[in-house]
Design a binder for this molecule. Structure first.
Ligand code: SAH
Length: 245
C-alpha cells in the first residue's frame, strides 16, 4: 500500500504510513480500514470523524522529508527549474546535499543527479529521504566539491554552499557548453564573491542574480488580504551559463 493522504473537512492534512494506524486529534483510523479504502472515498476514525483519502503524491511525501540543514524553499527551486529549463534529458550535479530537498526535487524532473556533501550525517538524512520518496536516479558522493567535480558534460551545476566561489572553476570544467551554473546563497557578500569569481572565467557568463518573493494571501469571503505571517528572506539565486570550453 502506498502512503495515503487524509484530509479532514477543515483542511487539516494527515499522512498515513503503510501498515500503521493513523492517530489524529479526531480519533484514530485503523490500518485495515486505510488499506481497503478507495482513493477519493470517505473514511471514518474510531470516533466517527470523516476524512477523505487518496494516494500520496511526490509533493505530499516531499513535505514529510527529514530536515536538518536549512533546505531551499519551493519558490526558489521553481525559479531554478524554470530559468534553466532542465528536463528528463538533463544531467545535474548538486552540492551540498544538506537534507536533500534540492537534489530530490531536481531528480524528479531530470535524468540523473549526483549530489556532493562533506558531512556523513547529512548524507544519511539524504539516504532516508530518497527512500521515502522512492527516487532511483540520485548518486551521493561524500566529497568536497571545492576539490573538483568528477562528472562531465553536465547540464546544470546547482550550488548551495557557504563558499560557492570555490566551486566555480570545477563547475566550468564539468558543464557542457550551454549548461547552467546556479548558486543559492543567503547573503549578499556570498553573491558578490561568487559573481566576481564567475567574471574572471571567460568560459562563463553571468546572467542574473535574483531574490524571489512569495506573498501568500488569505481568501475568506470578502476578507481578502495578504497573510500576516509570510516567509521571510531565504536566499539570492545567481544564474550563470557556460558559453565555451
Ligand atoms: N540544498 C540543500 C541544503 C544544503 S545546506 C537542501 O535543499 O536540502 C549546505 C550543505 O553543504 C551542508 O550539508 C554542508 O555539509 C555542505 N557542504 C559545505 N561545504 C561543502 C563542500 N565543500 N563540499 C560539499 N558539501 C559541502
Amino acid at each position: 500500500m502506498p502512503p495515503k493522504v487524509l484530509y479532514e473537512k477543515d483542511g487539516k492534512k494527515f499522512l498515513a504510513k503503510p501498515g500503521q494506524d493513523l492517530h489524529t486529534q479526531f480519533g484514530y483510523v485503523r490500518k485495515e480500514d486505510l488499506k481497503k479504502a478507495k482513493s477519493g472515498s470517505v473514511i471514518k476514525s474510531h470516533k466517527g470523524h470523516d476524512f477523505t483519502i487518496f494516494d500520496a503524491s511526490f509533493i505530499d511525501l516531499y513535505h514529510r522529508m527529514k530536515r536538518d540543514a536549512q533546505i531551499i524553499p519551493l519558490k526558489d527551486i521553481g525559479f531554478i527549474i524554470s530559468e534553466t529549463g532542465i528536463n528528463k534529458k538533463s544531467k545535474i550535479v548538486d552540492a551540498g546535499a544538506g537534507s536533500g530537498a534540492m537534489c530530490c526535487f531536481l531528480a524528479m524532473i531530470a535524468k540523473e543527479v549526483t549530489t556532493y556533501d562533506i558531512r556523513e550525517d547529512f548524507i544519511n538524512i539524504v539516504k532516508h529521504n530518497i527512500l521515502l520518496l522512492g527516487i532511483k536516479n540520485i548518486k551521493i558522493k561524500n566529497k568536497n566539491i571545492y576539490e573538483g567535480i568528477d562528472e562531465k558534460n553536465i547540464d546544470l551545476v546547482a550550488l548551495d554552499l557557504p563558499e560557492p566561489w570555490n566551486a566555480v572553476k570545477s563547475a566550468a570544467i564539468a558543464l557542457k557548453p550551454g549548461g547552467f551554473l546556479v548558486s543559492y546563497s543567503p547573503t549578499i557578500p556570498q553573491v558578490m564573491d561568487f559573481v566576481e569569481g564567475v567574471k574572471k572565467d571567460d568560459r562563463l557568463i553571468f546572467l542574473k542574480a535574483a531574490e524571489i518573493a512569495e506573498k501568500e494571501w488569505d481568501v475568506d469571503g470578502r476578507k481578502v488580504r495578504p497573510k500576516s505571517q509570510t516567509i521571510g528572506h531565504s536566499g539570492f539565486i545567481s544564474i550563470v551559463r557556460k558559453i565555451k570550453n
